[in-house]
Design a protein around this ligand. Structure first.
Ligand SMILES: [Zn+2]
Length: 44
C-alpha cells in the first residue's frame, strides 16, 4: 500500500507502472505504507 506524499490519499493503482500519478492531485511522490518504516518513493 502506498500513500500520496502530497494529499495522503492511498494509491490503489499498480505502483510499479511507469508514469503513475496520484489520481487525486497528480503528484508523483508516494510514501510506502509500512507499520513502522516510512520510506519515500519517487516515481519518475
Ligand atoms: Zn495526491
Amino acid at each position: 500500500m502506498y500513500k500520496c506524499a502530497v494529499c495522503r490519499e492511498p494509491v490503489r493503482s499498480n505502483i510499479n507502472t511507469v508514469g503513475i500519478q496520484c489520481e487525486h492531485c497528480g503528484s508523483k511522490i508516494f510514501y510506502k505504507e509500512r507499520p513502522n518504516v516510512k520510506k519515500v518513493l519517487k516515481v519518475r
